[in-house]
Design a protein around this ligand. Structure first.
Ligand code: SF4
Length: 328
């Protein structure tokens, strides 16, 4: 198999070819990883981008996303309203001090109110003044044009809104909003020159075909950054007892997404530690980006373990998205 060479020569995989490769049991997962690594190395060398999340508002959500511990269906709820601006800015300081390139401000809920967008925009302005080099990603839910304009003006670089799953499987995951609404939010951000970040959650009962469809949907939408979450089942959620991933299955998924989206930032997101386990370091052969620190309501491993993992693999942190501090 030499798909990487073919892709590098400009001949992209078709959906049916990707499905054949992904589902062919005679193709070893490590062979797929090897092909994906050649692409990763070509476009990103040995660099690893770092991202950090702040859960700026938790719970209080009317939506019924089956994977989410903040959904309306959760009996035991962790919830708090939008945190103080100081707390959001403190998170930015931590990101800056740890040389983390992108700081992601996340709010639970269907989408932000106008007031919430103003609040986040004001806070981002302050952060950007202190740390112009720090990239800011906002993840606030379904958003409108006016929201995108305000966020862009404030200095938001990127907006995350995951497609989460395939169009075909979407209604099994959530019934309170549509797949199209998700696509529309990504398109709104693109229209206003905010870098689109959109990814998936694997392991929610979707089929192999659904995963191939997800990889191509993200190619179609032209997401700059593709976070791949592996379901970390949370008790009390619809998918709380799901247990269908193995570390090797996760590797195969990552390789599939790289082969379909060779030039994109592929980021391993939530569920990395519990699903990839001992293969976390190997996953860097395919992905060029990770989250460090905790996720929204589940814990990550200590930062030092991530920094050591990157070093042990002979990889290095990608500081390219940092520009020098402004000298006074
Ligand atoms: S993923 Fe977001 S929209 Fe869905 S239930 Fe959780 S907080 Fe609400």
């Amino acid at each position: 198999m030499n798909i990487a060479k073919r892709i590098l020569e400009g001949d992209a995989l078709t959906p049916s070819e990707a499905y054949e490769i992904y589902t062919d049991n005679t193709i070893d997962t490590l062979e797929m990883v090897d092909q994906a690594y050649q692409l990763r190395k070509h476009y990103y060398g040995h660099k690893v981008k770092l991202n950090m999340i702040l859960n700026a508002k938790s719970g209080i959500c009317p939506e019924d996303c089956g994977y989410c511990g903040q959904s309306r269906d959760m009996k035991k709820k962790t919830r708090y309203g939008l945190v103080d601006k100081e707390k959001i800015s403190e998170g930015a300081e931590v990101a800056h001090d740890n040389n983390i390139g992108t700081y992601c401000i996340v709010m639970s809920g269907r989408g932000p109110s106008d007031k919430e967008v103003d609040y986040i925009a004001d806070t981002v302005k302050d952060i950007k003044q202190a740390h112009p080099q720090l990239k800011i990603c906002a993840c606030l839910g379904i958003a409108k044009d006016e929201h995108a304009v305000k966020l862009k003006d404030a200095g938001v670089d990127r907006y995350n809104h995951n497609l989460n799953t395939s169009e075909n499987y979407h209604d099994n995951v959530v019934t309170t909003h549509t797949y199209q609404q998700r696509v529309d939010t990504v398109e709104t951000m693109k229209k206003h020159n905010i870098s689109p970040c959109s990814g998936v959650i694997c392991g929610m009962g979707e089929s192999l075909q659904d995963r191939v469809d997800m990889a191509f949907a993200l190619k179609e939408i032209d997401a700059d950054s593709i976070p791949i979450n592996f379901l970390h089942p949370i008790k009390g959620t619809k998918f709380g007892d799901m247990d269908e991933l193995t570390p090797m299955k996760c590797m195969r998924i990552l390789a599939l997404f790289r082969l379909v989206n060779p030039t994109k930032e592929i980021r391993i997101a939530g569920g990395r530690e519990v699903n990839l386990r001992a293969l976390q370091s190997m996953s860097l052969m395919v992905a060029n980006s990770i989250f460090v620190g905790d996720y929204l309501i589940t814990g990550g491993q200590p930062n030092k373990m991530d920094f050591d993992m990157i070093k042990d693999m002979g990889f290095e942190i990608d500081y390219d998205n940092l520009v020098p501090e402004v000298q006074q």
